[in-house]
Design a protein around this ligand. Structure first.
Ligand code: BTN
Length: 330
């Protein structure tokens, strides 16, 4: 299932004409002339747009007037007025996709430029970390992947996850006032429940990074979760008594912030990001358990992160362990 929306199709052209009309009526005749199709065809397209959440007023003899646009992050809407140099320069929107990560990998291999973005309204095979799945129902979240092509040594790449975490926390705090916290390495929590996850995948040849696929999932307006997630997941709207921020402006602001921090990181290194990460870190000073893959589980006090982005764990005997990859229990 893969359906791209808003290429240069008729509906996009219809919407453009309504935007140009600036809230005024556009006659059916004018529409059919401009688009070179019949009045019946126009009427069919308007009905389809209505089904997608666009609201039109129809008045005999005057034609149609666009009253409201749904909050769907179509590429056109995301790009309009976006204040970035690279991120979002090429943006693809899909109504339904297996995973935006799969799409961004395909685009990357075909040579897409740094900053290419894939957004989906729904993912049917959303991917989480460690082979888990990511619940991505339609209309309720930001499911997005960003293509980066940094000139970085391989071992520094995990830092990009932390850069993204800071960008997301700062953006959501700024837009909603919600006190998101970062749980190392990549979970963003609200009141102890996960509201956002980051999946960083990379392709490299020998020691050289070819590209990074940065996947971001934010539960925006989900009202409930399947039972296995109910205790551990939340959404921005659940935490705001049903008030959900609009996805399109949130995505725009996030891309702007992400670019700002990414450029800062590339120019000045991780030390420019580290204090901003630590300012929102959830477990500093607290006892935690780090469950590592293929090595022993460790218990200790989380005391910070190192220049690599690894978690520093103060052990009972006073030694400090550097944790590169683990699931954390607190
Ligand atoms: C995690 O916490 O396990 C990471 C979740 C990452 C989910 C996002 S949604 C957009 C992108 N596409 C995917 O299939 N996964 C990431």
């Amino acid at each position: 299932r893969r359906q791209e929306r808003f290429g240069t199709n008729v509906k996009e052209q219809i919407l453009r004409l309504f935007k140009e009309a600036n809230g005024q009526f556009v006659s059916g005749e004018a529409l059919s002339e401009a688009l070179g199709c019949s009045r019946t065809a126009i009427w069919k397209h308007i009905s389809e747009l209505r089904a997608q959440g666009y609201q039109f007023e129809a008045v005999r003899r005057s034609g149609y007037r666009l009253l409201a646009t749904p909050d769907i992050p179509y590429a056109e809407q995301v790009k309009a007025g976006l204040n970035t140099q690279r991120l979002g320069c090429e943006t693809h929107f899909f109504e339904t996709v297996e995973s935006t990560q799969t799409e961004i990998h395909a685009l990357a291999r075909a040579g897409a430029p740094e900053g290419t973005v894939v957004i989906a309204d729904e993912q049917v095979k959303g991917k989480g970390r460690l082979g888990r799945s990511w619940h991505s129902p339609p209309g309720s979240g930001i499911w997005m992947s960003v293509l980066l092509r940094p000139k970085l040594e391989l071992q520094r790449c995990p830092q990009l996850t932390l850069v993204a975490a800071v960008a997301i926390v700062e953006t959501i705090r700024e837009q909603t006032g919600l006190p998101l916290m970062i749980k190392w390495p990549n979970d963003l929590l609200l009141n102890g429940k996960k509201v956002c996850g980051i999946l960083t995948e990379l392709r490299a040849e020998s020691d050289c990074v070819d590209y990074i696929a940065l996947g971001i999932g934010i539960n925006v307006s989900s009202a409930s979760f399947p039972s296995e997630l109910a205790d551990i997941a939340t959404s921005l709207s659940i935490e705001q008594q049903g008030q959900a921020p609009l996805r399109t402006p949130l995505i725009k602001r996030l891309l702007e912030k992400l670019e700002e921090l990414y450029f800062l990181y590339v120019e000045q290194g991780f030390s420019a990001i580290k204090p901003r990460w630590e300012a929102h870190a959830l477990m500093l000073g607290k006892p935690i358990t780090a469950r590592r893959v293929n090595s022993a589980t460790l218990q200790g006090i989380a005391i910070g992160i190192d220049e690599q982005g690894a978690l520093l764990l103060r052990m009972e005997d006073g030694r400090t362990e550097h944790i590169y990859s683990a699931d954390i229990d607190m």
